[in-house]
Each structure stands twice: as structure tokens, then as C-alpha cells.
Design a protein around this ligand. Structure first.
Ligand SMILES: Cc1cc2nc3c(=O)[nH]c(=O)nc-3n(C[C@H](O)[C@H](O)[C@H](O)COP(=O)(O)O)c2cc1C
Length: 217
């Protein structure tokens, strides 16, 4: 067995442990490039949020990854500066009416060449649980929106539960969700919180641990 295959097997087994939200791991040269230059030296987590749960999730991933990773809001970051400042990126978005954040997709499309091999992980935060095959396909479609704009699927991919606080919704969002709950879910709109601090933490840890171990191998 080649060294490369050993690494693949190692990654596979290291990551199958306790990462419930982990959907997929791809192994390729970009993982090794990330390791070679040191994962945490210049890593940023770019999050796209409307009501804060994706920002919280990004923060929990950051804790798992190690405090050196920066947290950047898609709505305020300077794209060129970010690409100059950080070697490795983790990208995450909430989902609203079937879509991830428009500005995230726009950034990925515009800078796809510069982002080649630099995105190590993607995640979405959404209301879909992923308990059924149809739900899992729905989540895969949300993630695909990011991957299509990016042009590839990174090593680490996850989805996390989000939250809705009815009192905090804009009038437009509350009206849309009230209709959706009534017509499709057959129940009144109510607040819920399925954010997952420990799952997000483990997701961050898994990247850090695996890449550190690979670095030493
Ligand atoms: C207006 C609106 C539309 C939503 N549409 C979807 C959807 O299509 N699919 C889904 O899985 N979750 C949907 N959700 C749930 C959000 O993904 C969830 O609340 C998430 O936590 C939002 O992230 P944020 O707190 O970072 O804005 C929707 C939430 C809102 C407020």
C-alpha cells in the first residue's frame, strides 16, 4: 500500500468517529497542500448569516479548530484582502427559502481561480434535519449551491441545525414562514433551536486533528 493510500485510510477512519454532521470527505492534493503550509497559520472561517445562528456555528467551529482561525462576515469582508491574508478557508451559510447567501455564491464565482485548492471545508446551517432520504437530498442541494459556485467539493462538508426566533424575524420573513408552516407543515409557526455547539466544535476539531496528524506523518 502506498503512502498516499495510507493517508487516505487514516483520514477515513479518523473522521468516521464522532462527527454526526459530517457528510463527506474527499481526499486529494488540496488536503496535503493545506497541511504543508500549516492549517492554522492563515485560516479564516467565512460565514453568511441572516439571524445569527450561522455566525454562532462558525464560532463553535473556530473553537474546535483553534483560536488562530479568523471569523469573517461575508457582508462586511473585503474579498481581495481576505484572499491575500488567508491561505485556507472554511465557508458556511444559512439557508433561506431554498438558497444559500447570494453574496457568498457571488464571491466564489468571481474568485474561483484564486480559491482553487484553498477551501478546506463547507457547511450549511438550516431547518432541514436530514432524517429522511428526501431531506438529505435537500441538504445536499443546498451544499451543492456552494460547491457549484466554487467549482469543487472540499475535504470536509457538514450540515448543522439552525434556529428560528419568531419575534426576531422581519415582517416579510415571518409572513413567508407563516404561510409555509400553514400550507406545508400544517401547523402554526413557532420558534425552535437546533443549533449544535458540540457538533460544530467536533467538526472544527476533526479538521485540526486530522491535518495536524497528517503533518507529523
Ligand atoms: C425566511 C426563512 C426561510 C427559510 N427557508 C429554509 C429552507 O428553505 N430550508 C431550510 O432547511 N431551512 C430554511 N430556513 C431555516 C434557516 O435555515 C435557519 O433558521 C437558519 O438557522 C438560518 O440561519 P441564520 O440564523 O444564520 O440566519 C428558513 C428560515 C427563514 C427565516
Amino acid at each position: 500500500m502506498t503512502r498516499h493510500l495510507d493517508r487516505r485510510a487514516f483520514l477515513k477512519h479518523s473522521c468516521q468517529g464522532g462527527i454526526g454532521a459530517l457528510l463527506a470527505l474527499n481526499f486529494g492534493c488540496s488536503a496535503r497542500q493545506a497541511v504543508d503550509s500549516g492549517l492554522n497559520s492563515r485560516t479564516a472561517i467565512i460565514y453568511a448569516t441572516r439571524y445569527g445562528s450561522t455566525q454562532d456555528t462558525a464560532g463553535w467551529i473556530q473553537q474546535g479548530l483553534g483560536s488562530n482561525a479568523a471569523l469573517l462576515d461575508i457582508e462586511t469582508l473585503d474579498a481581495s484582502q481576505t484572499l491575500a491574508d488567508y491561505d485556507h478557508l472554511v465557508l458556511g451559510s444559512g439557508v433561506w427559502v431554498g438558497g444559500v447567501h447570494r453574496q457568498l455564491k457571488a464571491l466564489l464565482t468571481k474568485h474561483s481561480q484564486a480559491l482553487k485548492d484553498r477551501v478546506i471545508a463547507t457547511f450549511v446551517v438550516c431547518g432541514t434535519r436530514g432524517d429522511t432520504e428526501a431531506e438529505r437530498q435537500g441538504i445536499a442541494r443546498y451544499l451543492d449551491q456552494i460547491h457549484q459556485a466554487l467549482g469543487y467539493t472540499p475535504q470536509f462538508v457538514a450540515h448543522f441545525g439552525g434556529r428560528i426566533v419568531v419575534e426576531k424575524l422581519t415582517e416579510k420573513d415571518r409572513a413567508a414562514l407563516t404561510r409555509f408552516y400553514k400550507n406545508f407543515l400544517n401547523r402554526p409557526l413557532a420558534s425552535w433551536d437546533r443549533t449544535d455547539p458540540s457538533g460544530a466544535n467536533r467538526f472544527g476539531e476533526s479538521m485540526q486533528t486530522v491535518l495536524e496528524k497528517l503533518h507529523r506523518a
